[in-house]
Design a protein around this ligand. Structure first.
Ligand code: GLA
Length: 379
């Protein structure tokens, strides 16, 4: 009996060390990442400015926590092989301390390959050392991007390459969210959590264009069984506010991402954004759909040509529903309450308008603008 208890205990410990840590990303991670707006031009000052903005503009209060440096922070390795930041990041420790002083958390980026996607130093052969350095600096999050790993690993080694870094992170003793970025190769949603991934990219890169964003977002249907507390599908970071889409298109972007229980990593210049962008990023009722405690990823429940209805069940028994119009002119989009698992008599609230619409029986039809969306809560 004692032996059985001991075996159960050891299995639990080993299991915990191997699987994604669900205390780290109990709901989809929220924050900011430098890549979509700053790419390789990013500096420590840009990152500080992002932290300042989140802490003062209402984003922190709305749930945004992580301030993540993407590619292009790396310099050379010293004689001991320790990774040094480049001249744009003169003091990583003080930058992370600064982010922490705002009540926020900090994220960093590397690759399992010898070089990152932008050809900076990767972690290949230095996994242990790099994980320790990130912990020394105080980081709370690592995005680990496949990039040149293709040159040194076979596809079949991919899980081992990711697990190697996860084990190194665990050994530092510092909890760090582990973000897998390998563009959905090898059906990562099937094994991402088993190598410690708290989130994994399901696609190639997003761009700030409606066509690209919508292809990625609307393509996520079917991946919902693989998402849950501690391990999320990641259809890539937000482009809201970067200027390549109009208001309705950004409303579609945000509505779809919250229905997908996607990580919400703003990708714009937070120090210069207008009120319209801030309103999209910080609508509490919309964010509550993403961060819902039930942790269910939404799915498509109806489609007629360019018109789509998506639904996400919520913890309080209500359902969040998106009415989407991918067409080129305003169209009525209809939701049948039975399609989304609701009763036939319901109460509706429009989450973008923050307005109760009243009681409805059977179905509801809303006029949705070209490339736009209506986000409803059905109670
Ligand atoms: C890849 C990733 C992007 C970004 C860049 C950085 O393309 O998918 O999100 O991290 O690399 O070089």
């Amino acid at each position: 009996m004692r032996a059985q208890i001991l075996i159960a205990f050891i299995t639990t410990i080993v299991g915990c060390a191997m699987a994604a840590d669900s205390t780290l990303a109990a709901t989809p991670p929220m924050g900011w990442n430098s890549w979509n707006r700053f790419a390789c031009k990013v500096t420590a000052d840009d990152v500080r400015a992002a932290a300042d903005a989140i802490a003062s503009n209402g984003m922190e209060a709305a749930g945004y926590v992580y301030v993540n440096i993407d590619d292009c922070w790396q310099g050379d390795r010293d004689e001991q092989g320790r990774i040094r930041p480049n001249a744009k990041f003169p003091d990583m420790k003080s930058l992370v301390d600064y982010i922490h002083s705002k009540g926020l958390k900090a994220g960093i980026y590397s690759s399992p390959g010898p070089k990152t996607c932008a050809k900076y130093e990767g972690s290949y052969g230095h996994e242990e050392q790099d994980a320790q350095e990130y912990a020394n600096w105080g980081f709370d999050y690592l995005k680990y991007d496949w990039c040149s790993a293709e040159k040194v690993y076979r596809r079949s080694d991919m899980t081992a390459a990711y697990k190697k870094m996860h084990d190194a992170l665990v050994r530092t003793g510092r909890p760090m969210v582990f973000s897998l970025c390998q563009y959905g190769y090898e059906r990562v949603w099937r094994w991402g959590a088993s190598v410690g991934g708290n989130l994994w990219r399901t696609t190639e890169d997003i761009t700030d264009q409606y066509d690209r964003m919508s292809v990625i977002g609307f393509d996520q249907d079917g991946l919902e069984p693989f998402a849950g507390a501690g391990h999320w599908n990641d259809p890539d970071m937000l482009e809201v506010g970067n200027g390549g889409m109009n208001h309705d298109e950004y409303i579609t972007h945000m509505s779809l991402w919250v229905l997908l229980a996607a990580p919400l990593l703003a990708g714009n210049d937070l120090s210069k954004m207008n009120q319209e962008t801030l309103d999209i990023l910080t609508n509490r009722e919309v964010i509550a759909v993403d961060q819902d405690a039930e942790g269910v990823q939404g799915r498509r429940v109806a489609q007629e040509g360019p018109l789509e209805v998506w639904a996400k069940p919520l913890a309080d028994g209500s359902v969040a529903v998106g009415l989407f119009n991918r067409g080129e002119s305003t169209n009525p989009v209809n939701v049948n309450f039975k399609d989304v698992g609701a009763r036939s008599s319901v109460h509706l609230r429009d989450l973008w308008q923050r307005k109760d619409l009243g009681s409805f029986t059977g179905s509801y039809t809303g006029d949705v603008p070209r490339h736009g969306a209506i986000l409803l809560k059905i109670q």
